[in-house]
Write a protein that binds this ligand. Structure first.
Ligand code: 5CA
Ligand code: ZN
Length: 413
């Protein structure tokens, strides 16, 4: 699939710090790219949208968080190999299309295009490969067939399942108890009660054709469509290789999605780990509930844009909270971000101000420390406050502040 156009990223003086990120499996903040050669690219996979509705602020917050990771790596002199998928065939998409009478393909194409526009407006760096599940079906069929041949998958009627017993590392990504896994599996698209499975937690790799559902030729798998976790597992490994640097998404994907994606890949490759870091964003909520398409409590990026809200203010509003913390969206956040954006713009158009090099050092240190955007924003706030009171007469400061905001926070002043 086509991704979207890349915004320019100005280069900054000196070199940025090495990125440390939280890893869910070890529950620690650890340095990324340890053990990789200095010239090797950082390899990141971020789970993409299921395009049955427009991108809401929760999605945007997740993609913005990993956009900052991308920018920190670039600043540290790394190339970044970034891959993202589009789940353009899955139950929720078909359910929505059935409800509204839309053609499922037209719905997916329309919402994916809107997502591209939102990401472009928010100045999010695009993935190098943007891969749809549908276009990837032939490769997924090969992998599922291979798993079956090697006894790493089994049939239940016309469906194929993955036995968690085939993955020695199963459970280590989330660290959840079996009880928690069973609860989350039932809530998040799993089928713990399906008769004929060896273990309630075994997950679907291939779903045989059902009447009225789209299906593809799976060769020895018969007609059907792929399961969700194998989609990301195969797309990630094909493009990035086993042991890639960061597997990312929202915390709602910790289990079952990322646990099973890792299990599929590790069983197939007979090798661990799938990824060096599993990094997850907190959930953006509204009115005390996770913002989610199924709950309908959504604030859409596109609606805000249509209402004339500046994308850079949306960006600042979301980056004003730490990515790992579940947080509520309240109307006040947008107003505060608009005020901050105006203050930064006014201060950085004075043509002078306090030396900006210490600000650069501070922003770099904050962001490299598990993407502390709150601290980074505070450093620029402080500089802007000094300009207001007439401190400093450094002629290059304004331009450097604009470059810092742009290159590291993606905020064009
Ligand atoms: N297509 C799958 C991933 S393969 C999927 O989860 N799609 S999604 O459209 O539901 O979500 C897209 C991304 O946004 C995922 O990384 C998800 O974890 C994240 N996300 C969803 N809701 C929220 C929320 N309320 N706050 C923060 N991130 C969210
Ligand atoms: Zn995924």
């Amino acid at each position: 699939m086509r991704a979207w156009l890349s915004p320019d990223v100005p280069s900054l003086p000196g070199t940025g710090n090495s990125l440390h990120l939280h890893d869910t499996s070890s529950n620690t903040v650890r340095e990324t790219l340890l053990g990789t050669e200095p010239g090797a690219p950082a390899r990141m996979y971020v789970c993409g949208i299921t395009p049955y509705d427009a991108a809401h602020l929760g999605h945007a917050a997740t993609y913005l968080a990993f956009d900052i990771a991308y920018r920190v790596w670039l600043d540290a002199g790394r190339e970044v190999h970034y891959v993202q998928n589009v789940t353009d065939i899955d139950d929720p998409l078909l359910e929505r299309a059935n409800q509204t009478g839309d053609d499922w393909q037209a719905l997916a194409e329309r919402e994916t295009e809107l997502f591209r526009k939102d990401m472009t407006a928010l100045r999010v760096l695009p993935p190098r490969e943007y891969v749809g599940a549908v276009e990837y079906i032939p490769r997924i069929v090969e992998v599922v067939s291979d798993l079956l041949r090697r006894g790493l998958a089994y049939w239940v009627d016309t469906d194929v399942y993955f036995p968690i017993s085939a993955a020695p590392g199963f459970g280590s990504e989330s660290g959840y108890s079996r009880e928690t896994m069973l609860t989350l599996f039932a809530e998040r698209g799993g089928d713990p009660r399906r008769a004929g499975k060896r273990d309630p937690l075994d997950s679907l790799l291939w779903r045989g054709e059902r009447e009225g559902e789209p299906h593809w030729d799976g060769g020895e798998l018969g007609q059907g469509r792929p399961g969700w976790h194998i989609e990301c597992s195969v797309i990630a490994i094909d493009h990035l290789g086993m042991g890639f640097d960061v597997q990312a998404g929202g915390s709602d994907l910790i289990f079952p999605h990322h646990e099973h994606s890792a299990a599929h890949a590790e069983a197939q490759a007979r090798m661990r780990p799938f990824a060096q870091h599993y990094t997850h964003t907190g959930m953006i909520g509204l009115d005390g509930e996770k913002m989610s398409k199924s709950r309908g409590n959504l604030v859409f990026v596109s609606k805000l844009r249509q209402a004339g809200v500046e994308p850079m203010a949306i960006r600042l509003a979301l980056l004003a909270g730490h990515y790992r913390i579940d947080r509520e969206w309240t109307g006040g956040r947008m107003g505060a971000a608009e005020t901050r954006l105006a203050r930064w713009r006014a201060a950085s158009s004075q043509g002078t101000g306090p030396d900006a090099l210490p600000v650069l050092a501070k922003v770099r240190a904050c962001l490299a420390n598990d993407l502390d955007t709150v601290g980074a924003i505070a450093a620029i706030d402080e500089w802007a406050e000094h300009v207001v009171i007439g401190d400093g007469d450094n002629p290059g400061a304004s331009a450097l502040i604009r470059d810092i905001a742009d290159a590291l926070l993606g905020v064009k002043l």
